[in-house]
Write a protein that binds this ligand. Structure first.
Ligand code: SAM
Length: 490
């Protein structure tokens, strides 16, 4: 198929469109020293960071924190985190090229109707262009060429606890900067309401930290409409943060939207122009970092905002609440906004609204002021999917300090640093054994043997009885077949 013949092929644009007359109105780059006073080493949690060569350094840990795309990259293990995000990017790129190949293979069949052909051709072009756009945006994190195969990434994805990919929350980008005016306005209105009702006196927000700011629209609206002193918007997803930077500095990049339930044939892939109402004003700063290891000195902020994040992180709320307390100055304010859909593996950590408010008070806050409001959520004009969410907003004033929570460790050091031996855990040994059995079964597939033949061979190898083997092989092959349909279709 000639992609150039498609009506979409000519619409590809470079991601960053430079606009010289806007340059002077752009927000300050964090490599200047206007926010250096807020930073503390995310590794030792206490040493102030000093500036070094446009980045930052912890003199105690002797670790340098570089900038990525001119945005401070302040993770406790900066190199390992960069490597992880790069892997996730490459995995996404591999998935997209697989998706494109799969659709091209389907297009090669003669029994495809004209409309289906048209749709698939549009989708192939969009997916290919989307892949190039992602690469371009994420150039700052993508310094190595891709070497691993799609199969290796697939294998690793299923083995490692990776639940946040590069494109998780991708839809937020279009909601934030294209079609989401109604939702965005409803969100900032909730924040305005809680600010005025919560304290009665509309006191200033001051230095404000937004944790998990995503593609940044709510952080932008807070900064532009609520007169914060300095706003720091932090997230760990490089795609969202780099898009936020581009849009807020006045660029108008284009990115495809792939709606969940497209309304029409054209809606399967919609090229959207992203833009902010105006370039963000001074004193807005983006930071890459982990909300569970925030790279800030204690008592740095007058306000901490947690929009749609406390219920998605893999940490119990009492620990998060204590950490937020530590980040706030005396009488500082914690504003939470979003759902309370805690999905923690520990059932006891899936809190109700009542438990949430009790936990906040136990973490050194006055009884929170609360609001509940039904607002539209992810209602793309190109999608049949979209919902109403009853958002739960609270504002709580810090009344006293609490003990620092234990340092969060997402993964053991032998994974993160790669310098300690990988332990021979019991579960690893049993996983290794089952992987050998799986690969043995896969090796038996020669296009001739039946499931009954394979069960016989497993019995001969004394791995299982024939009665056990047959249903087990059937279940295993059903899963493999389902995966093959989803992932490649070949
Ligand atoms: C549900 S989205 C909400 C995004 C944004 N606050 C909004 O209101 O649209 C959750 C965000 O939290 C970010 N996130 C999740 N865990 C995080 C962590 N440990 N550190 C930093 N950001 C995190 C995700 O990348 C994502 O942008």
């Amino acid at each position: 198929m000639t992609l150039a013949s498609s009506d979409m092929a000519s619409t590809a644009r470079p991601f960053l469109i430079e606009c010289p007359e806007l340059a002077s109105r752009r927000f300050s780059m964090p490599a200047d020293n206007r926010i250096a006073d807020l930073f503390a080493c995310p590794r030792c949690d206490k040493t102030p960071l000093s500036e070094k060569n446009g980045g930052y350094r912890c003199s105690a840990c002797k670790v340098d924190y570089a900038s990525v795309g001119d945005i401070p990259w302040l993770f406790a293990e900066p190199d390992a985190t960069l490597g992880e995000w790069r892997n996730r990017l490459h995995f996404s790129l591999q998935q997209l090229s697989n998706e494109s190949q799969r659709m091209q293979a389907e297009l090669a069949a003669d029994n495809i109707g004209a409309l289906t052909r048209k749709r698939l051709e549009r989708q192939v072009c969009a997916v290919d262009e989307h892949r190039n756009m992602l690469r371009k945006i994420l150039e700052p994190i993508d310094m190595q060429s891709m070497q691993a195969s799609h199969e290796s990434y697939l294998a690793l994805r299923t083995r490692l606890p990776i639940d946040q990919g590069i494109q998780t929350y991708y839809a937020n980008i279009h909601r934030d900067w294209c079609w989401g005016d109604t939702e965005n306005e409803a969100s900032i209105n909730e924040i305005k309401a809680i600010v005025s009702e919560g304290d009665g006196d509309n006191r200033a927000l001051g230095d404000t930290l937004i944790l998990g700011a995503g593609a940044g629209r709510l952080a932008y609206d807070i900064h532009m409409q609520l007169g914060t002193e300095r706003t720091i918007a932090m997230d760990f997803n490089p795609l969202l943060v780099l898009v936020a930077k581009s849009v807020m500095q006045g660029d108008e990049p284009e990115l495809y939207e792939f709606p969940l339930a497209p309304k029409t044939l054209e809606d399967f892939a919609v090229l959207r122009k992203l833009s902010a109402p105006e370039p963000v004003r001074e004193d807005f700063h983006l930071v890459f970092g982990d909300a569970l290891r925030p790279p800030f000195a204690p008592a740095s902020f007058n306000t901490v905002v947690t929009p749609w994040i406390i219920d998605i992180v893999n940490e119990a709320l009492p620990i998060q609440a204590a950490r937020i307390n530590r980040l706030l100055k005396p009488q500082g304010r914690w504003i939470n906004f979003g759902s309370l859909a805690f999905d923690h593996p520990v059932r006891a950590h899936r809190y109700s609204a009542e438990e949430t408010l009790a936990i906040v008070q136990e973490a050194g806050f006055a009884p929170p002021h609360t609001r509940e409001q039904s607002i539209p959520y992810m209602c793309s004009p190109a999608s049949r999917h979209g919902r109403q969410e009853t958002v739960f907003t609270f504002s709580a004033t810090k009344t006293g300090d609490v003990d620092a929570p234990a340092r969060h460790k997402a993964l053991p050091d032998w994974i993160v640093t790669g310098k300690a031996p990988v332990p021979l855990l019991k579960s690893f040994r049993s996983q290794a054994l089952s992987t050998q059995i799986y690969s043995y079964i896969m090796s038996l597939i020669d296009g001739k043997r039946t499931i009954a033949d394979m069960a016989m061979m497993l019995e001969q190898q004394k791995l299982m009885t024939h009665q056990e083997a047959e249903p087990a092989i059937r279940t295993f092959l059903t899963r493999m077949y389902d995966d093959s349909q989803r992932n490649s279709g070949f």
